[in-house]
Design a binder for this molecule. Structure first.
Ligand SMILES: Nc1ncnc2c1ncn2[C@@H]1O[C@H](COP(=O)(O)OP(=O)(O)OP(=O)(O)O)[C@@H](O)[C@H]1O
Ligand SMILES: [Mg+2]
Length: 592
């Protein structure tokens, strides 16, 4: 019912399918009457009560009526099937699109904690199961159920005992099924977890094949994968044994009821209460009722899959979306003095220890500020908070004087261009990737951004240039090439605030100088937050903020901090020592 309410847009199709089902059921129900009539005519002719010629005339008409009914039933059920197919496809579209839409609103923490493949596998399974049920229901089940209802009513007219016997079957059958269902559902849930987890790992392995191959872990991955499926098999054994045992009980019960039903029909006919024609009619009607009860196991089976599937589906749909800020319409003043303002910001991922403690700092508009800490010190986390990926545990973040909680995410993120630490590209062409933020960018704008990122050289070398397809997540590009594409992507976005998280770390010194020159130009008149492990790249920033143990340690110009003995000075000394040692080694080679 929830699914139907959820897809109320399709009600036109539901009505069409329902009408088709009623018509098919009516045609089906009429057929036994025609056969019953024909039987009575035949018996009459044989016993001499009806003239043979008249009887032949009638039975031929009845045969034609049979043909007409059958044809009508075929036509209507074909049309109904057509609408059923369209309906289930539309339902699949609606459910899939809503699922995707929902996922796009979920907070980053959800994606931190779920495997991509698990999310995908769950989508496919649950939606397939729901739509399969709806499709079978539309094409089959509904007409069947209507037929059964009609048979009940008709048998009531002929014999209340028959109707009663028939009526007993359904509630008892449903009750027995419900008994089976709880355990079945639980086991199905266990199985789904297995299959989704295996699917999640599967995706991860496929997308990181190089890692798997280089560590030669194919076998272990395979074993892990198989283990999940083997477990699912074992659960199925349990589940299926339970199901079929209960099914056996249900069907034996039904056979007993039919024993009673046929006994009544035969005995009453022998006694003369029913004519032979009526007997034939009743036997056919009972057979019509028997078949759906038998296929009810299948209906219930499919319905249970659908219920289990829709539960998974709705459990995702019920997740809280990332809180939408209370948006005020006041414009962002990008001419405010302070571009970025952190005030007593404390933050930890999930229930873990806070990564950041009471972080407060300002970045003036147009200023270039570098964040320095040891690896894992929380630099990327600060940029994630600024982008609103996670809400701070406490404290306040402002851009251009506005609390980021009062900005719509589009506005907030529209103000910020980012080069991520892990250059994250999409499959597709170079052009598509560069123009990701602005699909309508002109060729000239794209070329300009590319030149700034010093990427024109290598793009020109590709046979297809800007139309080169770069593989999943940019797999076919080198690390440095990916980085330059992602610099170009941020450049083209042309936002007021720029975050460069290790934007040039994968480049050789020469390429880095060139990209840096482009970035320097880009940063002119923009507020920039720069993170770089290679300290030479941040030697020219206006100020450096250092973090230690999640606290701000020092703030100052590169010159000041170089001599303060803090973490920057420490790291600087280590890097200089490194390069001195390298120089010495090089000199050693020369002498040698
Ligand atoms: N999505 C996440 N979920 C849970 N913990 C996280 C997540 N991202 C980062 N962390 C943790 O937060 C801490 C800070 O990570 P962060 O990525 O901010 O460091 P960083 O300063 O950028 O380091 P690096 O210089 O190596 O990039 C680390 O201890 C890390 O384990
Ligand atoms: Mg980082």
């Amino acid at each position: 019912m929830r699914i139907f309410r959820f897809t109320a847009k399709l009600s036109r199709y539901y009505v069409a399918v329902a009408i088709a089902s009623v018509l098919v059921a009516a045609a089906n129900i009429a057929i036994p009457f025609v056969i019953g009539q024909a039987t009575d005519q035949a018996v009459g002719a044989i016993s001499g009560t009806v003239p043979t010629a008249a009887a032949i005339h009638t039975v031929i008409l009845l045969a034609v009526a049979f043909f007409v009914l059958e044809t009508a039933s075929v036509i209507v059920s074909s049309i109904g099937g057509y609408y059923g197919d369209i309906m289930s496809q539309k339902m699949r579209s609606i459910l899939s699109v809503r699922y995707f839409d929902k996922l796009l609103t979920l907070p980053q923490t959800y994606f931190d904690n779920e495997l991509t493949g698990t999310i995908t596998s769950r989508l496919n399974r649950s939606i397939m199961e729901v739509t399969n049920f709806v499709k079978s229901f539309a094409n089959n089940f509904f007409a069947t159920l209507l037929t059964v209802a009609a048979v009940l009513v008709i048998s009531l007219i002929y014999s209340p005992v028959l109707a009663l016997l028939l009526a007993i079957i359904f509630p008892v059958y449903t009750w027995l099924t419900a008994l089976t269902s709880r355990r079945w559902q639980r086991l199905e849930g266990v199985k789904n977890v297995d299959i989704d987890t295996a699917g999640g790992r599967f995706n991860e392995v496929i997308s990181q094949m190089r890692v798997v191959k280089s560590f030669t872990q194919e076998h272990r991955e395979l074993v892990r994968f198989r283990k999940r499926y083997t477990h699912a098999e074992r659960v199925t054994e349990d589940q299926s044994r339970h199901w079929h045992w209960m099914d056996f009980i249900r069907r034996i019960f039904m056979a007993l009821i039919f024993l009673g039903i046929y006994a009544v029909i035969f005995v009453q006919t022998v006694r003369g209460a029913f004519s032979v024609g009526e007997m034939v009619l009743l036997i056919q009607l009972m057979n019509m009722a028997r078949q759906p009860v038998q296929s009810m196991s299948y209906i219930v089976d499919t319905a249970q899959h659908a219920v289990a599937g829709s539960q998974d589906y709705f459990s995702v749909m019920a997740l809280e979306p990332a809180p939408r800020p209370r948006v005020t319409s006041a414009p962002v003043k990008s001419d405010a003095d302070v571009a970025i303002h952190f005030e007593n910001v404390t933050f930890g991922y999930g229930d873990d220890e806070p990564v950041l403690h009471n972080i407060s700092f300002d970045v003036a508009t147009g200023e270039r500020v570098a964040l320095v800490s040891e690896s894992g010190g929380g630099k990327t986390t600060i940029t994630s908070l600024l982008l609103g990926f996670y809400p701070p545990t406490s404290g306040q973040i402002e851009i251009f004087g506005r609390d980021i909680n009062t900005l719509s995410l589009e506005r907030l993120r529209g103000e910020i261009g980012v080069v991520f630490q892990d250059a994250s590209l999409f499959s597709g062409t170079i052009r598509e990737n560069i123009s990701y933020a602005r699909p309508d960018a002109t060729d000239e704008e794209i070329r300009h951004a590319v030149r700034r990122a010093n990427a024109d050289h290598f793009i020109r070398h590709f046979k297809d240039g800007y139309n080169t397809v770069i593989g999943e997540r940019g797999l076919k590009l080198s690390g440095g090439q990916k980085q330059r594409i992602s610099v170009a992507r941020a450049t083209l976005k042309d936002a007021d605030i720029l975050i460069l998280d290790e934007a040039t770390s994968a480049l050789d010194t020469k390429a880095e100088r060139q990209v840096q020159a482009g970035l320097d130009k880009l940063m002119e008149g923009r507020t920039s937050l720069i993170i770089a492990h290679r300290l030479s790249t941040i030697a020219t920033v206006d100020r450096i903020i250092t973090l230690r143990d999640g606290h701000i340690d020092e703030v100052g110009t590169p010159e000041e901090l170089a001599h303060s003995g803090g973490i920057y000075a420490e790291l600087l000394a280590l890097q200089n020592e490194g390069s001195r040692a390298a120089k010495k080694r090089l000199r050693g080679y020369e002498i040698f």
